[in-house]
Structures are given as C-alpha cells and as structure tokens.
Design a protein around this ligand. Structure first.
Ligand SMILES: NC(=O)c1ccc[n+]([C@@H]2O[C@H](COP(=O)([O-])OP(=O)(O)OC[C@H]3O[C@@H](n4cnc5c(N)ncnc54)[C@H](O)[C@@H]3O)[C@@H](O)[C@H]2O)c1
Length: 312
C-alpha cells in the first residue's frame, strides 16, 4: 500500500479539528468537510487559534504553512474523492455513523482507507453494508489528538489485514503512537482502563473512604507522575527488586482480594453524582470550567514539549 498524500476529515467538531492539525502539521494536504455550515465557516479560525497556542508553546515552528495545507470543502464528495485516508469524526450515534459511512463508501476511491474516531462503537456495528467495508476500521484518538498522541486501531472482522499495519505505520509517521486492539471489545483498551479507575474512584467516594479532592490528588501527585511516561506493566516491573514476577508474588494476593470485593458494580447513582458535583463546584465554580480547561491545555503543551526534549 502507498503512503498517504491526501487526507480528508469528515466531521470537524472537537476531534475532527484536532485530526486536521495532526495531518497538516506533518505535511499532508487535508480537506475538511462538516455537515453543519456554521462549523464549516468557523473551523479554519478555530484551527488557527489552536496552532497559535501551540506555536507559543514551541510545538509548531510556524502557523501559516500548516494553515496553507488545509481547505474546507462544501460537500463530502469534494472532500474525500481523491483522499488516500479519510478520518470520520461525526457524532457517536450508531445510525449517524452508519449513514455517513455509506455516504463515504459511495464517494471514496476503492483503495482509500477510512478510520473512524468512534470512542466505543465497534466498526462492525456500522460498516457491514459498505461495498468497501474491508477498508474501514476504528482509529480512536484521545482529545486533543495533536497533544495526546495515542490512537487505538480496531479492525472489524472484515477489515483487510494489510490495512492495520499500514495505518499503524502512517499514524507513527505523523507523530501519533498507535496500538492495535485485536478484538472488538466495548470501550477498546483506553476507556476500559480509564473505566476501571473511574469505577473504583466513584466506589471509594460513595463509601466515604476519601474525598473527591484527595482521590484526585492520589492520581495528580501520585500515580500520574509515572503514567505520563510508562504504563502499568512497566511500573510494576520496576517496583519489586526481582521485576514483574516478584511484584506479582508479593502483591498479587492483595489485588486479587480487592478485585473480589468489587464483583457487583453499581451504576453511578444520582445521589453519588450530586455528592461529587457539590465537592467539585465548591472547588471550581461552573463559570471557571473553561478557564481551567485552558490551564489544562497549557500544562499539556508544556508536558508535550518536555517529553519531546527528553524523549520520554
Ligand atoms: N470529545 C472527545 O473527547 C473524543 C475523544 C475521542 C473520540 N471521540 C469521538 O470522536 C467523534 C466526534 O466527537 P466530537 O467530540 O468531535 O463531537 P462534536 O459534536 O464536537 O463534532 C461532531 C461533528 O460532526 C458533524 N456531523 C454530524 N453529522 C455529520 C454528517 N453526516 N456529515 C458531516 N458532518 C457531520 C457535526 O456537525 C459536528 O461538527 C465521536 O465518535 C466521539 O465519540 C471524541
């Protein structure tokens, strides 16, 4: 399979815009289409704003050369007909994904590849009727993909096996870190890991073991320090003198006992959500959420710059 030259973005909300930056920053020509005319009219300025912030943080050399590789098209066909790779990022609703994939299917080149940003709906749930279904798979990013590089590649049972290593290589070539999810499991890998931590956090809050603030601190000033450059297996490999098997011998029984105490998970109840909401709003008024999100993004940019320098 040939390297990507031309990319199309279908759906230019939060995630589609982020993908446009990823591909244009790496030197690809990118055509953008969104079904909403207001989004089409404003997407370039929003992208320019993100690129300016990245420029200030030293993450892109210049804004305008990246902008020149981007174009907004007025129809889906115009955006995708000569694309080698199409990134679909429309709403997370099965029927919407199916409808847009059928539209893409009719207009795409037969040998193009289509990655869907779906956070949890597997490709087999919405690409079965596509004539080119062997060219479709999930390419699930983390938001924003131009700052957090992970992408989960999840093929459907009918995805051409050559497409997966090809897209992994192409994603790495544009600076992303790709993983392959070998089976279509709900939530893929990232949201299953995130869900395990979240479910335990809610349970600890409900049981009054610690406040939401202290549970957050456990991650921000504890576990999270290592997690920005190593995962759970490498962490435990380094946390016992004899490595991972030694760690498993020492602490396996503790983790087994904890897991056995959580065999009947409850849904997150309204009462529990109110408790967390009250504590969070005391700490941060709803009017401060946007500013705090901008603070998060500035921190993320500084972390990205540091990781680049240190190759962590
Ligand atoms: N927000 C996140 O943190 C995040 C992270 C990873 C993956 N995702 C996934 O990315 C996808 C997009 O999410 P988002 O947060 O960008 O949503 P969003 O609501 O910001 O953007 C969706 C865009 O799709 C457009 N759209 C809807 N139907 C369309 C159609 N038929 N043709 C063209 N455009 C259409 C909408 O106008 C909108 O601009 C979802 O599948 C979501 O689960 C989101």
């Amino acid at each position: 399979m040939e390297p990507i030259r031309k990319v199309a973005i279908v759906g230019a909300g939060l995630v589609g815009r982020g993908w446009a930056i990823v591909f244009a920053r790496a030197g690809h020509e990118v055509d953008i289409y969104d079904g909403n005319a207001d989004i089409r009219a404003t997407v370039m300025e929003r992208i320019r704003g993100s690129l300016s912030d990245m420029h200030s943080a030293g993450l892109v050399d210049a804004v305008e050369p990246v902008m020149r590789r981007l174009a907004v098209r007025e129809s889906l066909e115009a955006a995708i007909s000569d694309a080698d790779y199409i990134q679909e990022s429309v709403l997370e609703v099965r029927d919407v994904k199916e409808a847009v994939c059928l539209e893409i299917d009719r207009a795409m080149r037969a040998n193009a590849v289509v990655g869907s940003s779906s956070s949890g709906i597997p490709a087999s749930a919405f690409t079965e009727s596509c004539a080119n279904r062997s060219r479709f798979l999930i390419a699930h990013p983390v938001n924003p993909p131009y700052l957090i590089p992970l992408v989960e590649l999840v093929p459907a049972p009918w995805t051409d096996p050559d497409v997966v290593p090809w897209l992994r290589h192409e994603m790495e070539a544009v600076g992303q870190a790709a993983i392959v999810v070998r089976k279509e499991v709900e939530g893929f890998v990232l949201n299953r890991l995130q869900g395990a931590l979240l479910n335990e956090a809610w349970a600890l809050l409900e049981e009054g073991v610690a406040s939401a603030a202290d549970i957050d601190l456990t991650v921000s000033h504890g576990l999270g320090y290592r997690w920005s450059f190593m995962g759970p297996f490498e962490t435990i490999d380094l946390n016992a003198p004899g490595g991972i098997a030694d760690y498993a011998r020492r602490l396996g029984p503790l983790y087994h006992s904890i897991a056995r105490s959580r065999t009947k998970p409850d849904p997150w109840s309204g009462k529990l959500i109110r408790k967390a909401e009250e504590e969070r709003r005391e700490k941060l008024a709803a009017s401060g959420l946007a500013e705090r999100s901008a603070w998060r993004d500035r921190n993320l940019m500084a972390l990205v710059a540091y990781k680049r320098r240190s190759k962590a």
